[in-house]
Design a protein around this ligand. Structure first.
Ligand code: ARG
Length: 466
């Protein structure tokens, strides 16, 4: 272990020697929090602008600080900046470089501020921007589904419960179920942004400051609705990160269910969809194979995102107010989940757009498994005035008869049906086909093509403003 000991530039007054290698390794966050450089510098410029306006720093210092911060930003953006682990984190890396560039004036920037409110600010800004990106990615995915739903508003497929054929539905209706799910995710994203839209800057270490700062000014300059109201909470709170991860975990769970359906549908046994070459792979040994790798990976990546949520909940659990260094562990969880979610949504949007729908297989499957049994029961209720429970019973006998003959319900003869119930007429056959079945389900939110088209119209209007 290297025993290089040098006094830390920032608190050298109090500590005679610098952290040893292990301390540096466990303590430093620059390896990951350098991602926050843009937010950190923006926050510092807003802070400096406020300090000069409030008469806390002189305008010569202000000019130097702002120019210096812009120079640091340019260095980082052009890849010329050297991040140092000795300087722990992004905040001290930026400030130390500022001091190298402008000298003593740099020391005035941290007036009325602490790294505690600084990091709370930087991370909030980052999470807020990420939520905005998630919103537009979700909109894109929803639009992909709306296109497919429109195209397949009348395409019949089997609907399942327990993954057993239940009743015929339309593929467009199934697509619109995902639109509802991702639509709710989108509202959760918007809600999270609304709730976190408060600036913690100016809370300082935890108690506020004696300097006459203007927190409303910095909040506005940084695009927040208002400043946070309690300085202790401002530096303790990581709810916004937890909310981002919760939203991400729910969304990833939705993506995973979709991924699973694509995996099932693309098997030769189902043969409902064909994946594009772009989102599948072949096998190195079995030439016939086309594997849904992208869908499988989206399904799997849900584990990482949910893991990040559980990880940060566990970090925050039991932490006393206000700031504790434990909270530095918030960033990797959120960064990883954000990157993973972005990639997963993009992969799914691509798959939804590219996938070929095998309408013939879907229709064939829709008619098997006595999927129109409920339609027969409903007919008995409607036409013969039978109570539903009795109709259920009669239909059960018809299914048993069809099963014994190894034919579909619609292939039983009228005589055979009449043996089960004498009141049945040949008008019933009209209701035993899958197309009739889906067309009849016009209840609000139901699977009838005209109802699906109404849902599509609703979402097309709503998505513009979402
Ligand atoms: N790197 C730290 C973090 O991410 C910044 C805040 C440090 N504050 C402190 N009092 N040591 O949480």
């Amino acid at each position: 272990m290297s025993e290089q000991k040098s006094s830390n530039q920032m608190w050298g007054g109090r500590f005679a020697s610098g952290p040893d290698a292990i301390m540096e390794e466990i303590n430093a966050s620059i390896g990951f929090d350098q991602k926050l450089y843009g937010q950190d510098i923006r926050g510092s410029i807003a802070h400096a602008n406020m300090l000069v306006k409030s008469g806390i720093i002189a305008s010569e210092d202000h000019v130097k600080i702002v120019d210096g911060l812009k120079a640091v930003l340019a260095e980082i953006e052009s890849g010329k900046f050297t991040f140092s682990r000795k300087l722990e984190d992004i905040h001290m890396n930026v400030e130390a470089r500022l001091a190298e560039l402008i000298g003593a004036s740099a020391g005035r920037l941290h007036t009325a501020r602490s790294r505690n409110d600084q990091v709370a600010l930087d991370f909030r800004l980052w999470v807020k921007e990420e939520l905005e990106k998630t919103a537009s990615a979700l909109k894109n995915l929803i639009e992909a589904f709306l296109e497919r739903a429109e195209e397949h508003a009348a395409t019949v497929m089997p609907g399942f419960t327990h993954l057993q054929t239940a009743q015929p539905v339309t593929f467009g209706h199934h697509c619109m179920a995902y639109v509802e799910m991702f639509g709710r995710d989108l509202t959760r994203v918007r809600d999270a942004i609304e709730r976190m839209n408060e600036s913690p800057l100016g809370a300082a270490a935890l108690a506020g400051t004696g300097f006459p700062i203007d927190r409303h000014m910095t909040a506005e300059a940084l695009g927040f609705r208002e400043p946070t109201r309690n300085s202790i909470d401002s530096v303790s709170d990581r709810d916004y990160a937890l909310e981002f991860l919760s939203v991400a975990a729910i969304c990833a769970t939705h993506l995973s269910r979709l991924a699973e359906e694509i995996v099932i549908w693309s098997t030769p046994q189902f043969n409902f969809v064909r994946l594009s070459d772009a989102f599948s792979t072949g096998s190195s040994i079995m030439p016939q194979k086309k594997n849904p790798d992208a869908a499988e990976l989206v399904r799997a990546k849900t584990g990482r995102i949910t893991g990040s949520l559980v990880g940060l909940l566990t970090v925050m659990k039991g932490l006393p107010l206000a700031y504790s260094k434990d909270m530095q562990e918030d960033k990797e969880a959120v960064f990883d989940a954000a990157e993973t979610l972005e990639l997963s949504i993009a992969a799914m949007s691509g798959m939804v757009r590219d996938i070929t729908i095998n309408t013939a297989s879907m229709k064939k499957a829709a008619g098997s498994g006595y999927s129109t049994a409920t339609d027969l029961a409903d007919w008995l209720v409607r036409e013969l005035g039978m109570p539903f429970r009795e109709a259920h019973h009669v239909t059960g006998r018809a299914v048993a008869a069809a099963e014994a003959k190894k034919v579909d319900l619609s292939k039983l003869s009228l005589a055979e049906l009449q043996e089960i119930h004498s009141g049945i007429t040949d008008a019933v056959f009209d209701f035993l086909t899958v197309d009739k079945s889906v067309k009849s389900r016009q209840s609000f939110g139901g699977t009838a093509p005209q109802e699906v088209r109404r849902q599509i119209r609703y979402w097309k209007k709503r998505i513009v403003k979402a």
